[in-house]
Design a protein around this ligand. Structure first.
Ligand SMILES: [Fe+2]
Length: 265
């Protein structure tokens, strides 16, 4: 079996992910915010769509569901806690459930915080994590419906996955995220290297996604809220508080990033 994971750019900075089984001519799509983008890609590759996965209810992740269901009859799998907010959901899933596409098995992880019911999909055979708007390269999603503690728990869950996991984050925010990360974690050499890589990729017009989880674990400040070095750096920078636990420190970082800007969603 040969599977291919492709990024389909949509809107200003979204990525829709197309996973195809080229032997069978079948595809699944993750977070199709724009259905026409997906239809064009499927036609160009002569693929039939057999599954739609949604991570959360935001329109830039679900807006194409309707068109794709009509064109291909593909079922939509999405978060059980957001069933009432995603029209036409065929199957509602939660933490621990398994989704299947061809011979692939994907594990559903509860990753609330950006939205209350947000889920992620981890496919061990592909070494691929589809994490919607929870984890970005060098950043994380905004807390629209959750608390810092909930988001920190979600990020810890993702951080526990193997280092060789490819992180398919749904937005190209890496350049802006790198600016903030470098401002608060000045001594981090691995971060400097990743930031330079991001600059070079963007200069060449290439995506910075997927990101390697093992590298994010040492570079992404939002995965390092329990690091002593980062804590000290945040206190020196006037963001951290000595008595804050990791979840609170994460929340202070997230608020500082909101003020810093460069991230819409
Ligand atoms: Fe979102």
């Amino acid at each position: 079996m040969s599977f291919i994971v492709e990024l389909l750019p949509a809107f200003a900075d979204n990525y829709i992910f197309l996973v195809s089984d080229r032997d069978l001519g079948l595809a699944m799509v993750v977070d199709p915010g724009d259905g026409e983008v997906v239809v064009r890609a499927l036609k160009a590759r002569d693929l039939h769509l057999s599954l739609i996965l949604n991570t959360h209810h935001h329109t830039d992740h679900t807006g194409g569901n309707d068109l794709l269901q009509r064109e291909y009859g593909a079922p939509v799998i999405g978060p059980a806690k957001e069933k009432s907010r995603i029209a036409g959901m065929s199957r509602a899933v939660g933490h621990g459930d398994i989704v299947t596409f061809s011979t692939l098995r994907g594990e559903v992880l509860a990753t609330g915080g950006h939205t209350a019911g947000h889920i992620s999909y981890y496919f061990p055979q592909l070494k691929a994590l589809f994490c919607g708007d929870v984890l970005f390269s060098l950043g994380c999603g905004k807390l629209f419906e959750g608390t810092p503690a909930e988001m920190w728990e979600s990020l810890k869950l993702l951080r526990a996955l193997p280092d060789d996991t490819q992180v398919y984050a749904a937005h190209e925010y890496s350049e802006a995220n790198a600016k903030f990360a470098l401002a608060i974690d000045k001594g981090n050499e691995a971060l400097k290297a990743r930031a330079a890589e991001i600059t070079a990729l963007r200069k060449a017009g290439k995506p910075t996604i997927p990101a390697l989880l093992g590298n994010e674990k040492i570079c992404n400040p939002f995965l390092r809220a329990d690091s002593t070095e980062l804590r000290n750096s945040l206190i020196k920078g006037g963001i951290g508080a000595a008595d804050a636990d990791a979840a609170a420190l994460f929340g202070l970082m997230r608020s500082a990033k909101d003020r810093f800007g460069g991230q819409k969603l």
